[in-house]
Design a protein around this ligand. Structure first.
Ligand SMILES: Nc1ncnc2c1ncn2[C@@H]1O[C@H](COP(=O)(O)OP(=O)(O)OP(=O)(O)O)[C@@H](O)[C@H]1O
Ligand SMILES: Cc1cn([C@H]2C[C@H](O)[C@@H](COP(=O)(O)O)O2)c(=O)[nH]c1=O
Length: 217
C-alpha cells in the first residue's frame, strides 16, 4: 500500500476522555490544513457499526463467547481498514481513530485472558503490517474514570453497555495490559496522565502533536 497519511489512535479504559480528546487532536490537525478522518473501533462503517452493536449489546439471553468476541472485533476491523482507513491513508489524509488493536490486547487479552499470541496472529492476518504511527494512551485509575463515566451517563440518561458492566478487576486487568503495550512499544505509544484537568491534558497533547508534525515534515 502506498501510504501517505498518518494514523493516530487514542486508547484507554472506559471514560478516560478518548472521545473528548479525539476532537481536540482532529481539530488541532485540521487547523494546520490537514485532511483528517475521525473514526472509531469497533465501527467506522455501517457494517462495522452493526458488529459494534452486537458486541456492546448487554442482552443477557445468550452470553457472547470470548473467542466469538475476539473474531467479531477483528471482522469489524477488517471492514473498517478496507473501507475507511487504508483509502484515507493512501490519499494522504490523517486518520484519527478512537481505539484500535491495542484495545484488543487490553480487553480480549488482559480482560478476558485470551492468549496474546493468538491476538497477534489475527493482527498480522487482518492488518498486513498496518500499525498506528502514534498512539495516545490516556491512563488513569479506573475508579476515577468510572466516576466520570457515571457523570456522563447521568447527563445522557444512557445505559451501561456490555463492557461497561464488567467488574472492577476486569478494568484493572485492561489498564495493566495497556501499560504493558506501552512498555513494549515506547516509540509509538505515548502515555498521558488523564487524571488531571482537561486543559492540562490537552496542552500536553497539543505539544506532543506539534513535535510529531515537526518530526514527520
Ligand atoms: N480531563 C478531564 N477532566 C474531567 N472530566 C473529563 C476529562 N476528560 C473528559 N472528561 C469528561 O469525562 C466524561 C467521559 O469522557 P469521554 O466520553 O471523552 O471518555 P471516553 O474515554 O471516550 O469514554 P468511553 O470509553 O465511554 O468511550 C465526559 O463527560 C467528559 O466530558
Ligand atoms: C476496539 C475494541 C473495543 N473493545 C471494547 C472497548 C469498549 O468497551 C467498547 C467500545 O466502546 P467505547 O465507546 O469505545 O468505549 O469496545 C474491545 O473490547 N476490543 C477492541 O478491540
Amino acid at each position: 500500500m502506498q501510504r501517505r497519511g498518518r494514523f493516530i489512535t487514542l486508547e484507554g479504559g472506559e471514560g478516560v476522555g478518548k472521545s473528548t480528546n479525539l476532537a481536540l487532536v482532529a481539530d488541532h490537525l485540521e487547523a494546520r490544513g490537514l485532511e483528517v478522518v475521525r473514526t472509531r473501533e469497533p465501527g467506522g462503517t455501517p457494517r462495522a457499526e452493526a458488529i459494534r452493536k452486537l458486541l456492546l449489546d448487554p442482552a443477557a439471553d445468550e452470553p457472547l463467547d470470548d473467542d466469538a468476541e475476539l473474531l467479531l472485533v477483528f471482522a469489524a476491523r477488517a471492514q473498517h481498514l478496507a473501507r475507511v482507513v487504508r483509502p484515507a491513508l493512501e490519499r494522504g489524509a490523517w486518520v484519527v481513530c478512537d481505539r484500535f488493536t491495542d484495545a484488543t490486547f487490553a480487553y480480549q487479552g488482559g480482560g478476558r485472558g485470551i492468549d496474546t499470541a493468538r491476538i497477534a496472529e489475527l493482527e498480522a492476518f487482518v492488518q498486513r503490517g498496518l500499525t498506528p504511527d502514534l498512539t495516545l494512551l490516556l491512563d488513569m485509575p479506573m475508579a476515577a474514570a468510572q466516576r466520570r463515566l457515571e457523570g456522563r451517563l447521568d447527563r445522557d440518561g444512557g445505559q451501561r453497555d456490555r463492557f461497561e458492566r464488567e467488574r472492577a478487576e476486569f478494568f484493572d486487568a485492561v489498564r495493566r495490559a495497556y501499560l504493558e503495550r506501552a512498555d513494549e512499544a515506547p516509540e509509538r505509544v505515548y502515555v498521558v496522565n488523564a487524571d488531571q484537568p482537561l486543559d492540562a491534558v490537552q496542552d500536553e497533547l497539543k505539544s506532543l502533536l506539534d513535535g510529531c508534525l515537526e518530526a514527520w515534515a
